[in-house]
Design a protein. Sequence first.
Length: 73
Amino acid sequence: MELTDALIDGAIDSITGYIVAKAAKRFNKPIATIMETFLLSNTYRLLSDKDSGLYWDSLPETYTLFIKEVGFV
């Protein structure tokens, strides 16, 4: 399997959805609120930067990075 831009973009979208849904459920906040917070976060900036490779890292670690960044922990 070749790692194409389309495949990376799909991974980023999936990771974003997972993190937003999990955080919204865990912290009992609206998905729209968490989505806006995530899209404005440094975690998302890194995730969207294909050179960073964050999309290849562990999902739980990326989730933890986000909730620590925004002060949910």
